[in-house]
Ligand binder design. Structure first.
Ligand code: ATP
Ligand code: MG
Length: 557
């Protein structure tokens, strides 16, 4: 596991060099971009990439474009485009009026391809896909193309006819003429255009040839005046080609590509293909299932923009691939919610507690703090009466080991109210505890006995005559296996069959009847919870457990 420290940001160091006097971008506005493919919802991995791009621009007083990378004609969908925009705005980043589509540059990209042909830097190649593989060569043998020395005019004519639709898919390609002997296979005359008779979601049937990402992307960056093209590490070996493209076509600027490590998180998969499979096979309820590492899933789970941005910033921009503990993500959420979440009492596995010496017709009010770490959050009223709900785990008929909560003869503090002493219980016909009895000490109002005697435990409770019911969904890791994303592993076999526990008939303080997303609460002693944005209504309250209170993250592990 990588150690999480405030890492020195090498990307910022490069940019500082570039904009310093004499640097390659002296006097220019720093300009970055985030280029998602609109074929799925954003996940926490994308979030790292977009945080780096947007916050780097912010840091240098620059700009960051949002560009839908729809170069590839498959699978794009407006549903995804809108969701991506919503997620980025939710995180608090803004692209202003600089929203683009890669496909908007198709005509210009085509013209640059013709320019390369005219300069004898590209040629039409008629190797079949099988031959192409066969002639790729290896470390000791160069690649071969018998079409490399084809006259310029002939390539130009064929390329135009490719565009006109005269040929079938895969019949020919346009290749950049770079270096068949290069040790970097991306430079061995890479294909820059291929034939695909496919409908494009924005271009319709206008095109039957499509540029390859390695050719299109640098051109799109350069046309938008991007100064720094920040991308994940798998593009490192493509950088020489990126540079070759911007140097050999007449684009107005020469962006610099800088790579950072992809984010990996344990117990999680971060690949759109796998996430889509979970959705399509009904393994989760949708892209926004609260167990999904998608931004929409995390939002529904109760993650806040601040906690996610903090996480991304603290994970840093290391160059070495790193897997971060899921518990660190949870740690960042707890940190934020600790400051902002209203504390309330909720009993998720209720057991009736009757205070036998408390008058039946009496109900008194206590004033409690909404948030002990934020005075400005104020106070609210809770009520106390003869019949209460407590957590069934907080009672044992016979004490075992270090159990100091309710058992016959023992005293506990009912949070914020009184000290009570357990006097026994009643069982139902199945022998299960149905009701616990206790007596309260009237001299312990607020929770402290007047005689100063020690009471070891404090438990939470809810007034049975003044509460609301709710369904509570408790989540744990979607995958049991710490590394379900590992190459060659059957990630579906790693799914945790118990990742969702649904509790019904939970009892909440009455003030929760109007709770609506987005709002976060600490259910005291249990964790942080939020109303489910889809399924919760005043008639049927549903809460998601965002994160439990127990922090298992250990710094430096
Ligand atoms: P996926 O594997 O999830 O399909 P992708 O790279 O195909 O990811 P894109 O939509 O192309 O998805 O991603 C947009 C940007 O987000 C790219 O620049 C990509 O490098 C970056 N990105 C994707 N996954 C991660 C990750 N796990 N960590 C950091 N950056 C990522
Ligand atoms: Mg991609």
């Amino acid at each position: 596991m990588a150690e999480i420290t405030e890492s020195k940001n090498f990307i910022h160091a490069f940019i500082e060099e570039d904009i310093a006097p004499g640097g390659r971008c002296q006097g220019q506005t720093v300009h970055t971009r985030f280029p998602p493919e609109p074929n799925g919802y954003l996940h926490i991995g994308h979030c790292k990439a977009l945080t780096i791009n947007f916050s780097t621009a912010e840091k240098f007083g620059g700009l960051c474009n949002l560009r839908m990378d729809d170069t590839n004609p498959t699978k794009e969908d407006v549903e995804f485009v809108e969701a991506i925009q919503e997620d980025i705005h939710w995180l608090g980043f803004d692209w202003g009026d600089r929203f683009f589509y890669g496909s908007d540059y198709f005509e210009k990209t085509y013209q640059f391809a013709e320019e390369l042909i005219q300069k004898d830097l590209a040629y039409v190649c008629q190797l079949t896909p099988e031959q192409f593989k066969e002639y790729r060569g290896d470390l000791t043998h160069p690649a071969i193309s018998p079409y490399r020395d084809r006259p310029i005019a002939e390539s130009l004519d064929l390329f135009r006819r490719m565009r006109a639709g005269e040929f079938q898919d895969n019949e020919m390609t346009l290749r950049a003429k770079i270096d068949l002997e290069s040790g970097n296979f991306n430079m061995r005359d890479p294909v820059i255009y291929r034939i695909r008779h496919m409908h494009h979601h924005r271009q319709g049937d206008k095109w039957c040839i499509y540029p390859m990402y390695d050719f299109a992307h640098p051109i799109q960056d350069a046309l938008e005046g991007i100064t720094h093209s920040l991308c994940s590490l798998e593009f490192e070996n493509h950088r020489p080609l990126y540079n070759w493209v911007v140097e050999h076509v007449s684009v107005p600027s020469h962006p610099r590509q800088i790579e950072f490590a992809r984010l990996g998180i344990d117990h999680t998969v971060l690949s759109k293909r796998k996430l889509r499979q979970l959705v399509e096979e009904g393994r989760v309820s949708g892209w926004d299932d609260p167990r999904m590492p998608t931004l929409c899933g995390m939002r529904r789970r109760g993650y806040t923009p601040k906690s996610i941005r903090n996480f991304c910033e603290r994970v840093g921009v290391a160059k070495a691939p790193n897997t971060i503990a899921y518990s660190f993500l949870e740690h960042c959420l707890r940190e934020d919610l600790n400051e902002t979440a209203t504390r309330v009492m909720a009993v998720v596995k209720p057991l009736k507690l009757t205070v036998t010496n408390y008058p039946e017709d009496q109900r008194e009010t206590f004033q409690v703090e909404n948030n002990p770490v934020d005075e400005s959050a104020g106070t609210r009223e809770i009520t106390f009466s003869r019949e209460l709900w407590i957590e069934s785990d907080d009672f044992m008929e016979e004490k075992v080991g270090k159990f100091f909560r309710l058992f016959p003869g023992n005293e506990v503090r009912l949070k914020g109210a009184y000290v009570v002493k357990c006097t026994g219980c009643r069982k139902d016909e199945n022998g299960n505890v149905a009701e616990v009895f206790c007596e309260y000490d009237p001299e312990s109002k607020g929770g402290n006995p007047a005689d100063g005697r020690k009471v070891k435990s404090t438990i939470h409770w809810v007034d049975a005559g003044n509460c609301v019911e709710a369904e509570v969904r408790q989540y744990s890791n979607l995958f049991d296996d710490p590394d379900p994303d590992a190459a060659g592993k059957d990630f579906l076999a790693c799914l945790n069959p118990n990742s969702l526990e649904v509790l019904t008939g939970c009892k909440l303080e009455a003030c929760m009847k109007d709770a609506k997303a987005p709002a976060s609460y600490q259910f005291m002693r249990l964790g942080y919870f939020c109303p489910d944005s889809k399924d919760s209504s005043p008639e049927h309250l549903v809460f998601n457990r965002s994160v439990s209170l127990k922090d298992s993250y250990k710094p430096g592990v």
